[in-house]
Design a protein around this ligand. Structure first.
Ligand code: GDD
Ligand code: GTP
Length: 423
């Protein structure tokens, strides 16, 4: 008997996902034809023992209403509900606040998933390790480069027993390149008492230092200073290192793909990875390959694609989008109601809702290497992310070239631009 909790965050997060999160909450942004959080749900639906899914966040109640309605049709055996925090309570604060609802029906264990990661979610494998080790907690881990590791929670484990020996959230220096993927399985009898202990410790000995918010750990031109609340409880800082002391905390290391979805540009590799996964599993949803269609490609049934346009690989075309003759689209997400006119070329980009790319225009970004795991757009004052993003209702005029740009909504691009943020 198991439940799953998805941490969806709220409107003050996801600032690095602008300009796309200006129009849709990040968890509902479509990659590979489905909202980001839908990919979590499909993985959860494959775990037979899961009786309920609880989404916890501080978005308005109305935000997930339609999504939950649609998902309930698609996953009829999986009751899904959304519980709203009155303010950001932190990754463990929400769990604790809603403990009565979560514990209803007496689940023995709970999966907890960050909604902003893209991976194959090997939940059944984690459950198997949990059973084999008689664990109190299992964390999903993956190896990244030494450079990237300190951007994440770092795990020191015993390679033989897979026991977690130490856990440090975003360490100052190098500790390990095995990192926290943001997916956990906890025994109910371990996690809630641990949170309680953390709360008690906090009340007994008020903190001297406040945690930096992950959103402003690195400077980002889009990041807000979100005021850190004193009451927030974080799974990562307040709970996981305690669990490591308990000795019944294990890590399941995935060799499969894993990526964080923080910046808007990271939706492009996430889209590619989920499309490839769907392709490998023989998904019926994808377009049939042909000389002008290099798999994997997702085309929404309501989109119109001219047969002389060449699409793929790793392209998603949204509802009612129109792609005209001779256009070339590759490694790109084209969102609802957009129009790519004839002979335009769109590479490594996201074309926002209702945008138009003119005839013979060229909109392109530069691919980020798969190993980079960049979490910010600007590093040391230099723009590092180079996926081109056109916000909602952008108009790129005919024959204009847009290269490595982020364009805020409602702009008309009349001249060639490169390496700019167009505000
Ligand atoms: N409900 C709710 N309430 N959700 C929250 C809150 C909150 O107050 N704060 C964050 N979340 C959600 C976010 O939407 C996201 O899905 C997840 O919790 C983690 O977000 P962050 O707190 O911003 O952490 P992070 O992404 O920088 O780092 C975490 O994930 C990494 C993997 O992607 C940590 O767990 C790292 O250790 C880990 O490596
Ligand atoms: P193959 O890779 O051999 O199938 O050829 P391709 O022309 O599709 O090239 P590729 O997939 O590598 O990448 C797309 C390339 O198409 C870009 O680098 C552009 O040079 C080129 N291109 C630019 N504009 C257009 C256009 O309007 N139509 C088409 N079909 N291609 C364009």
């Amino acid at each position: 008997n198991t439940k799953a909790v998805i941490l969806v965050g709220g409107p003050s997060r996801g600032t690095r996902f602008r300009p796309l999160s200006l129009d849709v909450p990040k968890p509902l942004f479509d990659v590979a034809g489905h909202p980001i959080v839908w990919h979590c749900l499909t993985a959860i639906a494959k775990v037979p023992s899961i009786q309920e899914v609880v989404m916890i966040g501080y978005y308005d109640e109305s935000v997930f209403r339609d999504f939950i309605k649609d998902a309930s049709h698609e996953f009829p055996n999986l009751p899904i509900k959304y519980l709203r925090e009155y303010e950001a309570l932190g990754t463990a604060g929400g769990l604790y606040h809603f403990r009565d609802a979560i514990l209803k029906g007496r689940p023995e264990r709970i999966f907890v998933l960050n909604s902003d990661v893209c991976c194959s979610f090997p939940l059944n494998e984690m459950a198997e390790l949990f059973d084999n080790k008689d664990a109190e907690a299992v964390i999903l881990g993956t190896r990244v480069s030494d450079d990237a590791a300190p951007n994440f929670g770092c795990i020191v484990s015993d390679s033989h027993s897979r026991r977690v020996l130490h856990y440090v959230e975003k360490p100052e220096g190098h500790i390990s390149n095995l990192i926290n993927c943001g997916v956990y399985l906890f025994s109910v009898d371990a996690i809630f008492p641990s949170i309680k202990t953390a709360i008690k410790r906090r009340t007994d000995r008020p903190r001297l230092v406040s945690y930096p918010s992950s959103e402003n750990l690195e400077s980002s031109f889009m990041a807000d200073d979100d005021d850190e609340k004193k009451e927030v409880l974080r799974l990562e800082q307040d709970i996981l290192s305690d669990l490591a002391d308990s000795k019944q905390f294990f890590v399941y290391e995935t060799k499969d793909f894993w990526r964080q979805i923080k910046t808007a540009g990271s939706a492009v590799p996430a889209n590619a990875l989920y499309l490839q996964k769907a392709w490998q599993s023989g998904s019926e949803e994808l377009a049939k390959p042909s000389p002008n269609l290099i798999a994997p490609v997702f085309i929404h049934p309501t989109a119109t694609v001219d047969p002389t346009a060449k699409l793929g690989p790793n392209v998603s075309i949204g509802p009612r989008a129109v792609i005209d003759a001779g256009a070339r689209v590759k490694e790109t997400i084209v969102l609802e109601d957009s129009h790519i006119k004839h002979d335009a070329c769109v590479l490594y980009s996201i074309v926002g809702w209702n945008s138009t790319v003119g005839a013979w225009a060229r909109v392109e970004g530069t691919p980020t290497p798969v190993t980079s795991h960049t979490t910010s757009i600007i590093k040391n004052g230099v723009k590092v992310q180079s996926i081109t993003i056109l916000g909602k209702e952008t108009k790129v005029n005919d024959e204009v070239r847009v290269q490595n740009c982020i364009c805020l909504p409602f702009k008309e691009l009349k001249r060639d631009v490169s390496n700019e943020v167009i505000m």
